[in-house]
Design a protein around this ligand. Structure first.
Ligand SMILES: NC(=O)c1ccc[n+]([C@@H]2O[C@H](COP(=O)([O-])OP(=O)(O)OC[C@H]3O[C@@H](n4cnc5c(N)ncnc54)[C@H](O)[C@@H]3O)[C@@H](O)[C@H]2O)c1
Length: 352
């Protein structure tokens, strides 16, 4: 089996590649990434790309047809991947997350790819009171990032898929350890704060609901989607990916981290304005379609792995919210050093 993984050099990608390599030792795994965060390693174990058969450096806005030759499945992760970056880089977010993603799917279809997996997001539900959101419920995108995910899903729903199955996995907010750990995600941020400062500072009043999924469980869901038969869910499928037992309030997440790291203080901002992003999600459809690929991690295990992973690299930076563990900071640094253009293209390539 030949699998193309775009955006493999980010946070989730290395975990997906490790999972696929273990599950399919003889597979031909190709990574394709612009490398914005290639240097942001959080592992003592060397470059995670060593598990690939091939690494291609490139921008999905200009990906060549030949990259899709003989590919059986595409895992499309490449994106401007969170709200703060999407707000800052609104035009490239639309160009990369939406327009290029649809083109990538069409190129895959034309090359005879059987399964295309799109990393969508539960953030498309936005602020949603009144019970967990199902796939058929109204969407309420609050940001450019969420809008880009919806636009892509809609285009993929309408495009002629040929013989290709498309699975849009609406992932809950990611958490967990990775060879390129991010600290701009709620649970990861809490663990880092507890280790580096002995304090978890909750920016909201702690009440917002946030469904989470560990990165290893994301890889399990992707493993299901790359082999999904169209008879199971249809040729096009958009499905919430996560678990009902992982709908947590932010204050519960903080408490779980404090329990795992003794001595941690939890400071909740009781005066914070209401957080606009609060939603619970119903993962029942995913459970019924993918009973053998359900999330297996517990919150305690996930917290433990982040803690142990950070300890293993001697993490102790109290200013981590300004560090290269925060994606927007990395892009900013590339830009102020003249390496990246405002539309997120490498300047050296533009000049060549
Ligand atoms: N992290 C989450 O909570 C979460 C939740 C739901 C969905 N997702 C989605 O999962 C995917 C992966 O997320 P992540 O957390 O690993 O993100 P990430 O930002 O850590 O990694 C994204 C990767 O895509 C690459 N990339 C970005 N633009 C590119 C371009 N134009 N050409 C080639 N490569 C490009 C980056 O270099 C990076 O390595 C994204 O699509 C994201 O929207 C993430």
């Amino acid at each position: 089996m030949k699998i193309l993984i775009t955006g493999n050099m980010g946070y989730i990608g290395p975990v997906v590649v490790r999972h696929l390599r273990a599950r399919y030792p003889d597979s031909h795994l190709v990574g394709y990434d612009a490398g914005y965060f290639a240097h942001c390693l959080t592992t003592p174990d060397g470059l995670p790309e060593r598990l690939l058969t091939e690494q291609v450096f490139g921008d999905i806005r200009f990906i060549a047809d030949k990259v899709f030759e003989d590919v059986d499945a595409v895992v499309h992760l490449a994106a401007v991947s969170n709200d703060p970056m999407g707000t800052r880089f609104e035009e490239p977010t639309d160009a990369i997350n939406f327009r290029a993603s649809v083109r990538v799917a069409e190129q895959a279809r034309d090359a005879g790819v059987r399964n295309f997996v799109f990393a969508s997001s539960c953030s498309i539900y936005g602020f949603a009171e009144g019970g967990p959101r199902r796939e058929t419920d109204a969407l309420n995108p609050l940001t450019a990032y969420a809008r880009s995910k919806i636009a892509t899903e809609e285009a993929l729903r309408q495009v002629d898929l040929g013989g290709m199955s498309v699975t849009c996995l609406r992932f809950a907010t990611a958490c967990g350890m990775s060879d390129r750990l991010r600290l701009d995600l709620v649970l990861n941020d809490f663990v880092a704060g507890a280790i580096a400062t002995g304090e978890i500072s909750v920016l909201s009043d702690g009440t917002p609901w946030r469904p989470l999924i560990d990165v290893t469980d994301m890889a399990r869901a992707i493993d299901w989607a790359i082999r999904r038969d169209p008879g199971n869910g249809g040729a096009f499928l958009a499905v919430n990916a996560g678990s009902n037992s992982w709908n947590y309030q932010v204050s519960e997440l903080a408490q779980a981290v404090a329990d795992a790291i003794p001595g941690t203080r939890v400071s909740i901002n009781k005066d914070a304005p209401p957080d606009k992003r609060s939603y619970r999600v119903d993962f029942g459809l995913f459970r019924s379609l993918a009973p053998d690929h359900q999330p297996q991690m517990t919150l305690v295990e996930s917290v433990g792995r982040i803690r142990d992973g950070l300890m293993a690299i001697g993490f102790a930076d109290p200013d981590y919210r300004k560090s290269d563990r925060i994606r927007l900071q990395v892009l900013d640094r590339h830009m102020s050093a003249g390496r990246l253009s405002t539309d997120l293209r490498w300047q050296e390539q533009l000049a060549a």
